[in-house]
Ligand binder design. Sequence first.
Ligand code: ADP
Ligand code: MG
Length: 696
Amino acid sequence: MAVTRDTPLTDFPGVGEARAKKLEKLGLSKAGDLLAWYPRDYEDRRKVYSIQDAPAEGRVCVSAVAAEHPRLSRIRKGLELVQVKVVDHTAALHLTFFNQGYVERAIRAGEEYIFYGAVEVQGRRRTMVNPIFERAGKQSFTGCIMPVYRLTAGISNHLLASLARQALPCAEGMPETLPQHIRQAHRLAAAEFAVKNIHFPEDEGALDLARRRLAFEELFYLAVGLSFLKDRRDRAGTGVSIPPRPKEEFLSLLPFVPTGAQSRVMDEVASDMASGRPMNRLVQGDVGSGKTAVAACAGWLCARGGHQGALMAPTEVLAEQHYRSLSQLLAPAGVRVGLLTGSMKAAEKKKTRTALAEGEIDFVVGTHALISEGVAFRSLALIVADEQHRFGVAQRAALAAKSGEGTVPHVLVMSATPIPRTLALIIYGDLDVSVIDQLPPGRTPISTYVVREDKRQRMYGFVRKQVREGRQAYIICPAVEENPDAALPGEESPALNLKAVKTYAETLQKEVFPDLRVGILHGKMKPREKEAAMAAFAGGETQVLVATTVVEVGVDVPNASIIIIENADRFGLSQLHQLRGRVGRGKHQSHCVLITGTRSLEAMERLHTLASTTDGFKISEEDLKARGPGDFFGNRQHGLPQMKLADLAGDMRLFSEAQEAARSLLEQDPQLSAPENRPVWERVRRLFADTPDIFN
Ligand code: ADP
Ligand code: MG
């Protein structure tokens, strides 16, 4: 079969309709797709052992001769067993194959094979179960570095590897996608070499070269795309100049005196907005550092300057809370605050939209619906993104394109998750960073305890004691995410254990706290119910709130002094830190109880790390180390195109190289119109397929 990049996978032997469908799930339908389906890992199968020397640890290759004809037996219905003894000059090895009847015919006495599997030693007897095997001298998946691919149900790694191997010839003479001078300047391998060796590397050196070339390429397209986006934003216009006002005016609205750090950041924001250049500022501050006051100050300035502002929150619960507290805070100054969330009634939404278009709302609080539903503003001058990394360069560019009139809104991103600065630059572009590195005074540090099931009753007793003293408690149950990609941070996927949350709340109410009022809050409740549940807790009508992670970010009830986190080992460290941040917001000594049944030492260690520090920066560093940036930022929360090989936080040096290359290329050919640069243009367009009109 002569394979070209367009050969459909159904032309490959062994791929019928059913398999083709499954492969399509992975986005694989042509030979060319296979080549772009890079392995996620490798198995070193290069060393071939004698039976005697084969280590009984991990899977290894062993070379041996079949000493007999394989014996097939049917143990019971549906269970076939093939057994065969193989030997070399050092020892014998007993192989067993389950439900692979064909092995009886595939292995012939007297022939030599390479077997790949785990050797087990029982006394003097060596065995191997279900090894992969190939005739010696005709090997393709033994004696080599074996690629390990991402799979889907019904598609084995072996199948994918064998398809990739068959598709490999079409990498021959494949067109180069990077301009020659860039490859030379950055010492990058040729496309053909890179693709061949990313799948079937000759050795570690070749794999490194291949990986470097392909990761560079991804980062290069990313850098080119970001540069186009940034350009578009710069061209989109100037920011609205918001005149400064005496700060005392705002401070007189606040129920507290701002910390030095808050005050400094408010000044920075005010001077950004007055400058006439669009503000582009990230405010980082640990949980409870008081970021909301900064947002309120920006919204107030904007409204007093005669323009509109919008605050986007990651969850409806948080949007509603911000709506309540901002209305209360800003109403005395005549600022009209509105609310817009995805699940509001159509009529209510319409009312809010009309008010926004007419300029009857000064500061609107909402979820992502705010930008996605094509809301029109009379004069939008400020966007505050609270607790979301999603609001990156791409989102802003889209928004700037929409706002028209030659002006670009000021942007303020607020985050409690410390982002390494370099990564922040990639995600947010040329942003300024403010840090609120001070907590409001009078906070007593939260005590954190890691406890086992046997302390459960004592823990409930502790909750009761706190409530008797007038405090309130959160009890958090994890939401099981079936498909983590489907959910945004703070949102929940159709939670499997939703019923568990409900039944748990009922049990607590009936059997544990019959004398207390237990509330419940989860993502699948109607907005009105959520709002009511939150209001009841905030107002002290319920004393115990059983909730899922919907309360993870931003929720603020200062009287709550204890938070219990069930199955704590299921959460990431940063997430636990966020959850813990729900308490310790008032003047009362606060407590966080992490309850776990885990047997993993590693998980226990993580929980103890959390118990030993309240420094958010330190915690997220640990988290970053343990989980890697992919997980840390979760499913594309940063809103950037997905990288296949490059690791946004790990390949920082490579990224600056790629950025340098992008800069010099765009200097020579700003529109990428030269024929030799068309492949770059094409790849960038594909990478940013989700961002409309990247080249406009
Ligand atoms: P976060 O940075 O986590 O968003 P919030 O803005 O929700 O923090 O503030 C946490 C709590 O601290 C709120 O109850 C808020 O009213 C209170 N707070 C904020 N700043 C101060 C301050 N300077 N003095 C006293 N309390 C403050
Ligand atoms: Mg907040």
